[in-house]
Design a protein around this ligand. Structure first.
Ligand code: GRG
Length: 289
């Protein structure tokens, strides 16, 4: 995992425009937003699924970068005062605090454009039609019927009581869509897989995407319990529903364990070939931040 994290960092650093190229401040802020932090979960998933499909690691680097650029853009915009209004991200001042709001907005816009440029300008598959399908997949996962749509539902949910189905729908889009896309993009970059195998990976991606958010809710609640003596976390301060506020801590943990078991079962037929995907599902559950 560490070696993939390192190579993703190197690939991102090489892809992002240098800060001494005009417009310098924007490029500096883009590098600040992307480099030197983050667990790189999505690149890890791209490489693990790609390895299973026998994909070229250098092609996987490009896909991993594209997905991570979309992720970084979403964090920059999510932190803006008009959204979650956060001042810290990855232990550093958020982009709008370190630079300014207009720059943060442009950083997100430019990172998103760079993601699609990255997918479009180098060969990722020997079949142009597959490459086009990959670009479409990332666009769908990022757009109004994916991550951006999930964010809209999230903003709309402030102060409301959501049912478990509504909460799941929101998170499958907001956080889950990009995680699921990471798995599928990695898989599509390799030797074409039979439809049943792709469906298994898609199911795994969907479960792991939801799992990621359930664990995020648990970690947020734990962090605030530890620091503030409260039972609900940051999102509760923002009056947003979470798995912990909806189910309670014990049931949220039980849900995480059951999603983990189901994700593992989905890829069990691949045997040893899916060892990395299996480890990543555990990593997502047992991570500390
Ligand atoms: C602004 C269009 C738009 C979308 C924002 C994903 C998202 C949608 C916002 C992020 C808000 C958030 C903190 C959600 C919780 C789950 C999550 C995505 C956490 C951060 O991802 P990690 O843990 O971050 O992978 P690192 O720093 O490790 O990259």
């Amino acid at each position: 995992m560490e070696s993939i994290q390192r190579r993703s960092e190197t690939a991102l650093a090489a892809l992002l425009p240098e800060a001494n190229i005009a417009p310098n401040r924007l490029h500096d802020a883009m590098r600040y937003a992307v480099l030197g932090g983050g667990k790189r979960v999505r690149p890890l998933l791209v490489h693990a699924a790609g390895q299973l499909a026998g994909a070229d690691p250098e092609r996987l680097d490009r896909i991993a970068c594209a997905v991570e650029l979309i992720h970084a853009y979403s964090l920059v915009h999510d932190d803006l005062p008009c959204m979650d209004d956060d001042v810290l991200r990855r232990g550093k001042p958020t982009v709008h605090v370190e630079y300014d709001e207009a720059t943060a907005l442009l950083v997100g816009d430019a990172l998103q454009a760079l993601a699609f440029q990255t997918l479009a300008e180098t060969p990722l598959s020997d079949e142009p039609a597959v490459q086009l399908a990959m670009i479409t997949l990332l666009a769908r996962a990022s757009g109004s019927r994916g991550m951006a749509g999930g964010q809209a539902i999230d903003l709309d949910a402030v102060g409301k009581q959501l049912s478990r189905e509504e909460l799941e729908f929101m998170h499958i889009h907001k956080t889950g869509a990009l995680i699921r896309a990471s798995v599928l993009l990695g898989a599509q970059c390799g030797t074409p897989l039979p439809p049943d195998d792709l469906a298994r990976l898609d199911h795994y991606g969907k479960l792991v995407g939801l799992l990621f958010q359930v664990v995020d809710d648990i970690l947020d609640a734990q962090a605030d319990t530890a620091t503030l003596g409260k039972t609900a976390g940051k999102d509760a301060d923002h009056n947003k529903p979470t798995y912990v506020t909806l189910l309670g801590m014990a049931d949220a943990r039980a849900l995480a364990e059951s999603l983990l078991a189901n994700a593992r079962s989905a890829i069990a037929p691949f045997g040893e070939q899916a060892a990395r995907l299996d480890e990543l599902a555990s990593f997502i559950v047992h991570r500390r931040f």
